[in-house]
Ligand binder design. Structure first.
Ligand SMILES: NC(=O)c1ccc[n+]([C@@H]2O[C@H](COP(=O)([O-])OP(=O)(O)OC[C@H]3O[C@@H](n4cnc5c(N)ncnc54)[C@H](O)[C@@H]3O)[C@@H](O)[C@H]2O)c1
Length: 376
């Protein structure tokens, strides 16, 4: 098992989650790598302070360049506001540093294109964070769809719904302003989560109709005075989609909602064909619904995927899988792929997939502006 020294750029919500992932690494039964967070860069003193209790961290810096230039770091995890993605990701790629990037992979399509150009010209191994497809039920849904069991595809719905913005008095933050989050708004926050699995299955949107909604247009600023909250809260994308494997175009919905009453953090995939179908939602993580035709009869089954993950763990198979487990599995996948030991297991989202998702989000924006179909 080789030691992997990790440097975190951006020690906020997601940077801290990585400390939890490393702390739980021993749950994995057999893995080629062992990650350890050794350095953190964040300009906010409070963010750096949080890491002072983490024994493995020996470097705390206010400048991300310190980490990009360090030869004592093997992998960077870059989890910063979207307006900083391009500068830091391209600098890391130009320096040949391996890194796990956060979505949306650039604040807009142009930034994503420039990031991918820098990565293509470098030796850096880069993947993009998207953890929900690592739920055991999602993995089973993926395998069933990838096997061709669905036949002629009818409809796919892929969504991520939460209600973090239902409360109108929640203060403004960088994620709710288009200059730091991006003009694509909620699609930048939640969109790659929704796009990853369909794109991996070879379901490529050919045209998009976007329905975007800016529900809450003001939020309390730092002193309580209302300030503009100018990002899309909810987005529904209706995509005419061509299967890579051939066949007729089918309808695929990508749904991203920050305001979805009744849902705290619901990621789902629902794919129906003439011969079979799958439905999985993190709202019911212990359940996978599957449909197949038996002659002229529809047969529906409920499968309990249990805690059986791509990377086996010591935890009991009957236990319930959750968000922290999905992050652990994603990191296991990312580091195994970097070590060329992924085998036929499911891989973390690629820069190409992140770029394609941006093309679709950009088309959705144009579609909404022109009230017409747009093409990615
Ligand atoms: N994969 C997921 O499930 C998931 C969930 C939430 C957020 N994200 C993504 O992670 C990224 C970060 O989001 P977050 O929720 O952790 O945000 P956050 O606001 O909690 O943390 C961002 C951190 O970046 C720091 N930062 C700002 N400027 C910096 C700079 N120049 N150099 C270094 N650090 C800097 C901030 O001080 C802050 O601590 C975003 O791309 C976001 O979309 C992913």
């Amino acid at each position: 098992m080789s030691d992997v020294r990790i440097g975190i750029i951006g020690g906020g919500l997601m940077g801290r989650e990585l400390v939890g992932v490393c702390g739980r690494w021993d749950l994995l039964i057999d893995h080629p790598s062992r990650p350890r967070v050794v350095a953190v860069a964040d300009p906010a003193p409070a963010a750096r302070d949080w890491f002072s209790h983490v024994d493995s961290v020996t470097t705390l810096s206010d400048d991300w360049r310190t980490l990009v230039e360090s030869d004592d770091i093997d992998v960077l995890y870059i989890a910063v506001p979207h307006d900083l993605h391009e500068e830091i990701y391209t600098a890391a790629a130009n320096a040949g540093r391996d890194f796990l990037a956060e979505k949306p992979f650039g604040i807009d399509l142009g930034a994503a294109e420039r990031i991918v150009t820098a990565i293509d010209a470098s030796t850096a191994f880069v993947r993009v964070s998207s953890e929900f497809p690592f739920y055991p039920g999602a993995q089973r849904a993926y395998a069933y769809a990838a096997s061709g069991a669905l036949g002629d595809l009818l409809d796919v719905r892929s969504g991520f719904w939460h209600s973090s913005d239902l409360n109108r008095s929640k203060p403004i933050n960088w994620k709710r302003r288009s200059d730091t989050c991006g003009a694509i708004g909620v699609m930048g926050d939640l969109g790659l989560h929704v796009a990853h699995l369909p794109l991996r299955l070879g379901w490529h949107p050919q045209s998009v109709y976007g329905r975007l909604d800016d529900v809450v247009q003001q939020r309390p600023g730092p002193d309580g005075t209302p300030v503009a909250c100018d990002t899309w809260d909810n987005a529904l994308l209706v995509c005419a989609t061509r299967p890579q494997a051939g066949g007729r175009d089918f309808t695929m919905l990508w749904e991203t909602r920050r305001i979805a009453p009744g849902h705290a953090n619901t990621w789902f995939i629902d794919a129906m064909g003439m011969d079979g179908g799958v439905q999985f939602s993190t709202r019911e993580p212990t359940l996978l619904r599957r449909f197949r035709m038996d002659g002229s009869e529809q047969v529906w089954e409920e499968i309990q995927p249990g805690n059986v993950s791509a990377w086996p763990v010591v935890s009991g198979a009957i236990f319930e899988f959750g968000f922290g487990d999905a992050l652990l599995q994603m990191w296991a996948s990312f580091l195994a792929e970097r070590a060329e030991a992924l085998g036929d297991r499911f891989g973390t989202a690629t820069p190409t997939e992140a770029l394609e998702s941006h093309r679709v989000f950009d088309a959705a924006l144009r579609s909404w502006q022109t009230q017409a179909l747009a093409f990615p």
